[in-house]
Ligand binder design. Structure first.
Ligand SMILES: *Cc1c(COP(=O)(O)O)cnc(C)c1O
Length: 447
């Protein structure tokens, strides 16, 4: 069982107030040298992490309901992944795949060909970050179609580089004063069942977007549609059923490349290898990162062979892209996901947690909506008796949970969503304890 196999005790335990004295000392050192623009969700510094817990520098053991933003699905120190990293690092840490290639890169590409949706012929290129993956997917789509317009959606998050900032919807903190942004990005309405007109179907929401695309851009000028199958930073927004398939069908009928940004949703997180699979959507290109390599920096695009192979040699790449240690970590992570059936585990987490969240929705006025899939679940908080976002409450609830040793992240265009992204290997008891604390925090502040 997951719990007994853990290196660190899988329990919440606080020995100081949070942040403790050592964390406070690190904050003082940090402030003098680390750029203020680099934020942290919590002022608590990690010393060790395993399974569902993070142990801080003061010896507090926190329940991790964030996985470093959906990265450590297999935990932050899975023994198989750590061993694979060590073994590869002992052989060679880098040669640069663009100089002296190696097998690990090819093996990762083989895995991604097999795991991403669709049985068509695929090609893969590896990078270092999610933003880089999305940016390269757009490069490929533009080159392959000879078109320039790119469609993105309300509430979208695609990264912090210049192009991906342009694709991202939210101004603060991601975009404000960082322009000018890359041109030829067009933002369309997303399907957001909680805030769309009541009863709007996925097909109707897709038709709303398509009508605007055709009127404002013209289908034959559109290189790509870029979309998160479940939006992450924007608020864990699950589009109405039918929205993604209708959009993908429209793209396919008009020679538009359908790019699924599965950076946050990928790799067993939503109970399947990829969230696109839940509605049988087959993206032309899938952008991946976060959960792929157990915490090592690795990102990928996998897509139709005719699209990726349209690019001239040297048009894609990067010094570190597909680093051999990161590839070894990815191969081991994917193996762990298979052998421990973490897709099933994500579905089990949904079963346990969504029942709790739904009960809160029935009982607490401030819970406007609960939603999500697998181990990617959210609570949207509102002012009682309305749908008006309540970001202050959201902050207070996350802070209260932290003060009791539970790390939860917030998100949302309106800053009013508590999101749950536990490591997929978290034990049932630890998860239940984390949810108890969150419930207590909601009851304390949400009246
Ligand atoms: C995190 C994220 C990105 C950006 O990934 P980085 O590795 O931070 O560059 C892009 N898209 C989605 C959906 C994400 O969640």
């Amino acid at each position: 069982m997951i719990d007994s196999a853990s290196r660190l005790p899988q329990q919440r335990s606080l020995v100081t107030a949070l942040p403790g004295p050592r964390s406070r000392a690190l904050t003082a050192r940090r402030t003098a040298v680390v750029a203020a623009g680099v934020g942290s969700s919590v002022p608590v510094y990690a010393a060790d992490a395993d399974g569902g817990v993070i142990v801080d520098v003061d010896g507090n053991s926190l329940i991790d309901l964030g996985s470093g933003i959906a990265v450590t699905g297999v935990g932050a120190s899975h023994p198989a992944v750590s061993a694979a990293i060590g073994a590869q690092a002992a052989r060679f840490t880098h040669t640069c795949f663009m100089v002296t290639p190696y097998e690990g890169y090819i093996a990762v590409a083989e895995q991604l060909s097999a795991l991403t949706p669709g049985g068509h012929d695929k090609r893969t290129a590896l990078f270092n970050s999610g933003a880089e993956a999305v940016e390269n997917a757009v490069k490929v789509a533009r080159l392959a179609t000879g078109r320039s317009a790119v469609v993105a959606f309300d509430h979208a998050y695609h990264g912090r580089t210049n192009l991906t900032m342009a694709l991202t919807a939210k101004s603060l903190p991601y975009k404000a004063h960082f322009g000018p942004f890359a041109p030829e990005i067009y933002r369309m309405p997303m399907s957001y069942p909680y805030r769309d007109p009541a009863g709007m179907s996925g097909e109707q929401a897709a038709a709303r977007a398509v009508e605007q695309i055709e009127r404002r851009i013209g289908a034959d000028s559109v290189a790509a549609v870029v979309i998160e199958p479940i939006q992450g930073e924007g608020g864990f927004i699950v589009p109405a059923p039918g929205f993604l398939p209708a959009l993908a069908d429209w793209a396919s009928a008009h020679g538009v490349v359908f790019i699924a940004d599965e950076v946050q949703t990928g790799f067993a997180r939503t109970g399947d290898w990829f969230a696109s699979a839940h509605e049988g959507v087959v993206p032309d290109i899938v952008a991946m990162a976060k959960g792929i390599a157990g915490g090592m920096p690795l990102a990928a695009i996998t897509g139709r062979a005719e699209l990726l192979d349209a690019v001239h040699a040297g048009g894609l790449g990067g010094t570190y892209g597909g680093n051999p240690v990161a590839c070894a970590a990815a191969l081991s992570t994917l193996e762990v996901m298979r052998t421990e059936d973490l897709c099933a585990r994500a579905r089990r987490i949904e079963e346990i947690a969504l029942a709790r969240l739904s009960a809160w929705a029935g009982e607490l006025d401030v819970v406007g909506d609960v939603r999500g899939r697998g181990a990617m679940l959210a609570v949207e908080l509102v002012r009682p008796g309305s749908t008006t976002p309540h970001p202050e409450l959201t902050k207070a609830v996350a802070a209260e949970a932290l003060s009791h040793g539970v790390l939860v992240l917030t998100c949302g265009s309106y800053g009013n969503v508590i999101r749950l992204l536990p490591p997929l290997v978290i034990g049932d008891e630890l998860l239940a304890d984390g949810l108890d604390v969150l419930e207590h925090a909601l009851r304390t502040h949400g009246r």
